[in-house]
Write a protein that binds this ligand. Structure first.
Ligand code: ADP
Ligand code: MG
Length: 239
């Protein structure tokens, strides 16, 4: 029992530490980028322009990687695992994604109700964001894209469905989902978003299913226990 407590405390510490590191790293990156953009306004040789462009795109990449893990990082120490109202969390995520949805002319349709789960807030919201961001990005080229998010309460689980009308995936593409650095978005992608999602859902004792048809759209079905169980039990047996 003692071992289990220590492990879950360790997890909390790791998540808080990561959160504060993200804050400490993201702020300087943003300010460096700002100064580089100011430099771009000055008279420069072609070489210098080129170096600056590369530097800025590398900075953007670093920020993208951080954002696949730590969009909701909170530098204040707070208990990460707590009771969450899924409706409130989805609304919060939608607020963050609204500008991207508008940019891609994607309509968001929410059919969500107040369901309580026990989970790590930062990780749970990051999963929602990574799935929804992919869905919105999959509708970039589609007129009248729609992302529907639906919740349903089962006996011991919550089911959250994310249904998009985007480009869809082939069987081969589905098979590679969650593989580190697998991305079809070139320099706009990190290939880390789904890996994070899969790891978190597993850690939370849930499952995720995908149904997709090339050219038609994709549905992700996330199923989570209403109560949080860490996988530390498994680790106990391993010892
Ligand atoms: P990234 O978004 O940085 O490319 P992810 O790990 O988030 O990396 O996603 C990996 C790949 O899975 C994407 O590049 C894309 O090809 C595919 N994918 C994920 N979600 C969807 C979706 N809703 N519709 C179509 N393709 C998707
Ligand atoms: Mg992604």
């Amino acid at each position: 029992v003692q071992h289990k407590i220590m492990q879950s405390q360790k997890m909390e510490t790791v998540s808080q530490l990561a959160a504060s590191i993200s804050h400490e790293v993201r702020n300087p990156l943003t300010s460096v980028k700002g100064f580089m953009q100011l430099l771009q306004e000055t008279s420069l040789t072609n070489n210098q322009k080129n170096y600056l462009e590369i530097s800025i795109s590398e900075l953007d990449r670093a920020v993208k990687v951080i954002e696949d893990y730590l969009t909701f990082a909170n530098p204040k120490p707070c208990s990460a695992v707590k009771e969450l109202d899924v409706q409130e969390e989805i609304n919060q995520v939608v607020k963050v994604l609204r500008p991207l949805a508008n940019k891609n002319s994607v309509r968001l349709e929410l059919s969500i109700s107040s369901i309580h789960i026990i989970a790590n807030q930062q990780y749970f919201n990051q999963c929602l964001i990574n799935i929804c961001k992919n869905a919105i990005e999959a509708m970039e080229e589609h007129a009248h894209g729609v992302l529907a998010i639906k919740t349903e309460k089962a006996k011991n689980d919550i089911i959250i469905r994310f249904i998009d009308t985007g480009i869809g995936m082939s069987k081969e593409e589905i098979a590679r989902l969650g593989e580190p650095y697998y991305s079809t978005k070139g320099k706009n992608g990190t290939g880390l978003g789904m890996m994070f999602v899969f790891n978190c859902i597993k850690e939370m004792g849930g499952t995720i299913q995908v149904e997709s048809k090339k050219g038609h759209g994709t549905t992700f079905i996330m199923r989570l226990p209403l109560k949080y169980h860490t996988n530390s039990k498994e680790t106990d047996h391993a010892h």
